[in-house]
Write a protein of this length. Structure first.
Lengths: 224, 111
């Protein structure tokens, strides 16, 4: 998580600078980082806000950019249904890509009602992760908003966030199936990059999941 | 900045609602939306796929076009980062080695 916080921090810094430089101003930039709390949706929204685009278009864009979270939420469901609705919504609000990936890696199976200790451990791991993520993102965002005009963009520091994802990807690739899923997703994302609203992300996830379904089916047939 | 004042505040609060709704989509309601079991199992590839889909275009494309030169700091930063992971299995080392490569090459090639 320390490593992830560095990447998140670099990303927050750059997103914050982009907000101020798009003309959002300091008060609205602060409001955006503390309420929206979704880097890719924030970056996608900025040019639309600057152009005075209609609200429905702005919101539809953010929804599409966030579609990957809709897919993740199906995975979260069995971990959360013992909670009430408001805690679940708070859980949803706090959960970023990074938290989802790290959590599912550590806890691939939801705790049963008969396993209170495991449930406790999962909850602790979850809150530790989302709170470190939140602190890293918000402090870096505030710093970025304050220093927007003083950090040279030529260093390309924004890519440090992507490098954190590279590290995470490496740690997730461990067998033939995951290598294939990664290759399918990368290819689909690059080929479909011209799609509007970052829909190439959704195409890539769908392609990799479809490949996974076919792969698992084949492996099951071989072992049966 | 053309969306201003209370419209901008409304726009941002709407975006916050979208964050909550998309991230909670399948567990907002008590009733379960049925998904085929094979699809549910396939969803375990979703996290890796999502990360890969974010990263791959960032590495090999510039402004929607393939890289036109091998002298690209992001490309080599990624190569060094992946190499470091293969060698040491450390995520922190992966990020640090990649970032140092990135800044060094940016300063060297881009002046």
């Amino acid at each position: 998580m320390t490593a992830m916080s560095l990447g998140i921090g670099a990303w927050g810094l750059v997103t914050a600078m982009a907000m101020v430089k798009s003309g959002l101003g300091v008060p609205l930039s602060l409001l955006m980082t503390f309420t929206v709390y979704a880097g890719s949706a924030q970056l996608a929204a900025l040019p639309l806000l600057a152009a005075g685009a209609p609200l429905w278009l702005l919101w539809a864009t953010a929804f599409c950019v966030n579609l990957r979270f809709v897919i993740f939420s199906a995975q979260w469901r069995p971990y959360l249904m013992h909670l009430g609705r408001w805690p679940r919504l708070l859980h949803g609000y706090m959960t970023t890509d990074m938290n989802f990936v790290l959590f599912m890696k550590r806890h691939p199976r939801p705790a049963l009602a008969s396993e209170p200790a495991l449930r406790e451990a999962q909850s602790a791991y979850f809150w530790g992760g989302v709170l470190s993520n939140w602190v890293a993102w918000q402090s870096a965002s505030c710093l970025g908003i304050a220093l927007a005009d003083r950090i040279p963009t030529t260093w390309g520091i924004g890519f440090a966030g992507t490098l954190a994802l590279v590290g995470l990807i490496c740690s997730l690739v461990h067998d033939k199936a995951t290598v294939m899923a990664a290759a399918v997703s990368a290819t689909a994302a690059v080929v479909a990059v011209a799609l509007p609203l970052k829909l190439n992300l959704v195409v890539a996830i769908a392609a990799a999941v479809a490949m996974g379904v076919v792969w698992d089916h084949r492996v099951n047939k071989e072992t049966a | 900045m053309n969306t201003t004042g209370w419209t901008a505040v409304l726009a941002l609060l709407g975006l916050a609602v979208i964050t909550v709704v998309t991230r909670s989509f399948f567990f907002m309601f008590d009733r379960e939306v049925p998904l085929p079991p094979a699809l549910k199992a396939g969803l375990r590839y979703a996290p890796l796929a999502a990360l890969m889909a974010i990263v791959a275009p960032e590495v090999v494309l510039r402004d929607g076009q393939w890289l036109s030169t091998w002298q690209d700091p992001r490309l080599w930063a990624t190569v060094v980062a992946v190499g470091w992971f293969a060698w040491r299995r450390s995520i922190l080392g992966t990020i640090v080695s990649g970032s140092l490569t990135l800044v060094a090459l940016n300063l060297w090639w881009m002046g």
